[in-house]
Design a protein around this ligand. Structure first.
Ligand code: DLL
Length: 435
């Protein structure tokens, strides 16, 4: 039998949901206009006043907000509450210096954890479960979000954070974890490690996994389900909106229900900004309607997906989003970490290398690989293999500091990387993710 965390909301009629969204939108726009100068200026520049927003149908009158606005407003420019009313900060793993920082009041944390509780319940979670949270804890929202949701549901929560794979498996066995929360690539790695340790799914009690924070395919879902003996559910979110739990999968495992009572989704044409009808691929845009500290009006996620309002077998009426089909900007997500080609370029140039480089991303045995080839300047070239290896090693370590992950560096001969006369192709992503 399907379980719900908040049946009234999750199964509300379209009319009820629209009414709730309209009321909340009107209040949120007024609140944002009165409390955030940045938004007030954007709205004034577009000639929109809070009084012009009378319901859902007026959403399209509002200006968009992009990641660049958030960077410009760093750190307090979009804050809508005094700092002494905020209780938490999280941040993206984005570019140096100007990360995006998100603020939360206690009300915001409760709303976010509630969204995660819905996701855990939809994956079958109850107070009888032991929930192993192997997303990273810290500034990243994965650990804290699922941890809070797990508490709300009343699961026995195992705050493992990511890494230390053997210990993950040992605790999973000894403490009888039934739900695993981590990135899909880490889940795949855990599955592989389990088998390498001579164990099978019969040796563990896991029944479900809640995996997100990076793109993953249906093939990967099947392979994780097999290796861990579980049902694998997708979960979506981004730091800017609060974190994981903006959308979650149900027993149908076919698209993610968006928590529309807190976030109104739109799909737009990424080139023109024009709203697109359900069923068409475009950029996902969110307007928060219940946030206090860090509200977002028409925030462009850059994620490309499709919305669907077809009846779902689980009984939920919340609109569904497809798995993101890619991003309209150049951010790469490698092993769950956001990597921008510009960060790589910064390190290369800061270390005296040429800006001629090629980033190659692949997925080998379900783990992302990152290879960076860079041309040496003639004076950097040495015919001693050992010298070259030392240079590659020191560059790899500078990259690790900047990106948080370890790439494989390849120093290549001057002029060996193809030049382009138009836009340079700097990234080759061989992971067949967007099928
Ligand atoms: O990744 C929040 C999160 C944590 C979601 C744990 C799910 C589980 P950010 O680090 O800000 O936040 O990255 C947000 O990650 O715009 C998408 O491009 C991508 N992303 C997140 N979830 C999914 C998913 C967290 N299920 C960016 N499928 C988003 C594909 C995802 N991409």
């Amino acid at each position: 039998m399907e379980r719900y965390w908040n049946k009234e909301i999750e199964c509300a009629s379209r009319e009820e949901m629209k009414k709730l969204q309209s009321e909340r939108l009107v209040a949120q726009v007024r609140y944002v206009y009165d409390n955030v100068k940045y938004y007030r200026d954007l709205m004034d520049a577009k000639g929109v006043k809070p009084g012009d927003i009378r319901g859902l149908e007026d959403l399209c009158k509002l200006p968009f907000l992009s990641k660049a606005d958030l960077r410009e407003g760093y750190p307090y420019g979009l804050l809508a509450r005094p700092l002494n009313e905020c209780v938490r900060i999280h941040s993206t793993s984005g570019t140096t210096g100007r990360r995006v920082v998100a603020f939360y009041t206690q009300h915001d944390v409760d709303m976010w954890e509630d969204c995660c509780a819905r996701a855990i319940t939809a994956a079958g979670g109850t107070p009888d479960d032991v929930c192993q949270v192997a997303y990273g804890y810290g500034l990243f929202t994965g650990g804290a979000g699922l941890h809070g949701g797990s508490h709300k549901v009343g699961c026995l929560t195992l705050p493992m954070s990511s890494g230390n794979t053997e210990r993950q498996i040992q605790f999973m066995r000894d403490l009888g974890a039934t739900i695993l929360c981590c990135t899909p690539s880490y889940a795949a790695y855990l599955g592989e490690s389990l088998h390498e340790m001579g164990l099978t799914p019969a040796d563990i009690k896991l029944k479900a996994g809640i995996f997100g924070a990076e793109p993953w395919t249906e093939e990967m879902r099947r392979s994780i389900e097999k290796s861990l003996g579980i049902k694998a559910y997708d979960i979506y979110g981004l730091t800017e909106t609060s974190g994981p739990g903006v959308a979650f999968e149900c027993s149908a495992q076919k698209g993610m229900h968006i928590n529309e009572d807190n976030f109104i989704p739109e799909i737009i044409n990424p080139e023109t900004g024009e709203p697109l009808p359900d069923g068409e691929v475009g950029e996902l845009v969110f307007t928060s309607i219940t946030k206090e500290a860090f509200p977002l009006l028409r925030y462009r996620t850059r994620d490309l997906c499709v919305l669907s309002r077809e009846k779902c077998s689980c009984g939920r009426t919340l609109v569904k989003m497809s798995k993101p089909k890619g991003r309209s900007d150049d951010m790469l997500i490698i092993r769950g970490v956001n990597v921008f080609p510009s960060q790589i370029e910064t390190v290369l140039i800061a270390n005296g290398y040429s800006p001629n480089y090629l980033i190659e991303v692949d997925r080998v045995n379900n783990t992302d690989t990152l290879d960076i080839s860079v041309e040496m300047k003639p004076d950097q070239f040495s015919d001693k293999v050992r010298d070259m290896q030392l240079q590659e090693k020191s560059l790899a370590s500078a990259m690790k500091t900047m990106l948080g992950i370890n790439p494989k560096m390849h120093l290549v001969a001057p002029k060996s990387i193809t030049r382009s006369e138009g836009k340079a192709v700097r990234v080759i992503d061989r992971r067949k993710l967007h099928d």
